[in-house]
Write a protein that binds this ligand. Structure first.
Ligand code: ZN
Length: 138
């Protein structure tokens, strides 16, 4: 069995952002040389997500609105977590959007559905953060 590991780095300009990382993950898969197996993608941080959904800007705006309704960023004082930090909302948003995603690898390709794309969801950005890509198989 082969095993591949790579870190992708992101430095967002905004506090919250969705970044399509499908091509970068495909590049990792090509580099790995793995043809059959599983590809795990997860942030190495507790205020970010990796998730699969549609690459459609309206939907991304809907996610932003929906997450702000569920866990509004402000006022920061509404959260017990925000004693020394101001990112309680980011922890909650990440919990809803999930930590990681796993994609099947078939015939050297990510075995995604027609409209499925992989996104990095940042909820406490404006700093360097990394995403782990781990691929196992043969
Ligand atoms: Zn925190």
């Amino acid at each position: 069995m082969k095993s591949y590991r790579r870190e992708l780095w992101f430095n967002t300009t905004q506090r919250r952002e969705f970044i399509n990382i499908t091509q970068q993950v495909e590049e990792c898969l090509r580099e790995s040389g793995i043809r059959e197996g599983l590809c795990l993608v997860n942030p190495m941080h507790i205020t970010a997500s990796v998730f699969i959904n549609d690459n459609e800007s309206g939907l991304h705006a809907d996610f932003e609105k929906w997450l702000e309704k569920l866990a509004p960023e402000k006022p920061h004082s509404q959260y017990a977590h925000n004693g020394f930090e101001d990112n309680a909302d980011a922890h909650l948003k990440r919990q809803i959007m999930g930590r990681e995603t796993v994609v099947a690898v078939t015939n050297g390709k990510l075995d995604l559905g027609t409209w499925e794309q992989i996104f990095y969801g940042e909820f406490d950005g404006k700093r360097r953060k990394r995403v782990l890509v781990k691929i196992i198989g043969e």
